[in-house]
Design a protein around this ligand. Sequence first.
Ligand code: ADP
Length: 608
Amino acid sequence: MEKVGFFRSVHVKFVTIYLLLILIAMQIIGVYFINKLEDQLVRNFQQSIEGRLPLLEYSLVEEMMKDRTDESIPPLEEEVGKLLADFSAQDISEVRAINNRSLIIGTSERNNQSIVGQKTTDVMVKRILAGGEKEDKIFIDEQSGNRVWILATPIKIGGEVAGSIYLVAKIETVFDQLEEINQIFISATLIAMLITAVLGILVARTITRPISDMKRQAVAMAKGNFSRKVRVYGDDEIGQLAISFNHLTRKLQEAQAMTEGERRKLSSVLSNMTDGVVATDRKGRVILINERASQMLNVSRETMISQPVTELLLLDDQYSFEDLLDQQEPIVLDYSTDESPFILRANFSVIQRDTGFVNGLIVVLHDVTEEEKIEAERREFVANVSHELRTPLTTMRSYLEALTDGAIHDRELAPRFLDVTQNETERMIRLVNDLLKLSKMDSKDYEINPTWVDFVLFFNHIIDRFEMTKERHITFKRMLPDKAMFIKVDEDKLTQVIDNIISNALKYSPEGGQVTFRLKVLDEQIQISISDQGLGIPKENLEKVFERFYRVDKARTRRLGGTGLGLAIAKEMIGAHGGDIWARSVEGKGTTIIFTLPYDPEQEDDWS
Ligand code: ADP
């Protein structure tokens, strides 16, 4: 956090305001007080001098009234000089007496006796002699540079102006005194300001300390530390603020804990979801993408944040973000590659405020690869079944039509045509039976009924049956153990499996070919294989022959009466026994169908 500059600190502001207040107060008081004091002191000074004047005037009148004809009486100037010298005190620099003819009749200044007898030029004195009243003035003496007070008063005898007293007083002492008082005042102001500054700092500190505390606390809170508490210094407004602050801290901590808890819950829900979730802001940029979505879309979560969602879903050439906002129906995203199918269904829901303002979009991605596969298989199955049923029916219809159109009366054609329709009917029955078998096996409660069987004997019986009924010249080669081997199997079902494999081997064997039957004992299973020397199965179809309705060469197998379901049924049945079935083939050389069945020699011992 930014540090508060010294000049912007509360301390400085406080102290400055205090000092300014004190300064203004002192200035106002000072100006008023000093002015009043000056007036008072000047007036006192003047009054003290003026108070002594009547006595001087009286004495001067006495002297002036004396009859100077008497020789014994000293001359007027001498007497006046004495009076004036007596009158002159510390605060008076000179006193002169002037008669009504403007002649100076005496001065107190010893060194200035030469002016006695001279005419005065002073205007103030002249005005008084002309009948004026007392006059005074203060001015600065040019020689000394000090202020002096000049007073001129009339000397009256019987109401008539008989002369004037002219007085020069050293009023500078009064101003010196005032200067001293001023100095005291300035130092008092400085001391007051110093004390104020100290007090100001102390007062400011009582405010700033809790505030600094709160500031530190706020910084700590911003970093997620809620354990601190602000110290409450008192019960004033700042104390109340500190209490409120602590309360706020507690509330914030609770809210933070709650938000954190919610966040964790949400994030664990999102990360454990089996569906992918992507959320965007109102501009369609990704703001959240859960683990599953990033796996599904094969992107890293960090790099996709802030990217347009249309780009993330690889939809940018078909849809704009606005299109997705209006998208009510889910969109199927096909990310399948040649190696593996991968299909997602994306559902869109808009995050909207009550006002209708769009805040963003949530996309939920659901993996529908399996569903789509099953759906595709179902469609294919239905198409296959319809096709398989329609083919014999169309054949039968055309033959029956021919019979109806008259062929029935043809002794040669009629039995042949009826033979064909019978064959087709049988094929349809086989097909429907096979379908029923498969549908039974598909149902959940399909069970096999295993019993203990000597498998070698059981296998030999089946081969015998085929050997006896075979129509073409094909040799059978048995490479089977000559001892009994007991395993637990559902005889009926296994008969169907082996029947189908042998009849295929015979069907696809060339005239004079050989079919070989083998039985091998492996660790915990027996492996049965039936090989022929027929035309074989192309390598890429080796696994597909176990799929429903799959035939390598449709026309030929149909001609041979196959339904395309035999190996699919065999696979289901072997699977139900806990075994496995697969094919090996070299094209043109022959095919081997191999299957395994669980075998436990120890248990077998109990039975043999
Ligand atoms: P089908 O009833 O048509 O024989 P199957 O499920 O038994 O149906 O066999 C599926 C397909 O596998 C056959 O149509 C055939 O193309 C191929 N097939 C099965 N066994 C052999 C074999 N021994 N030799 C060559 N092809 C075979």
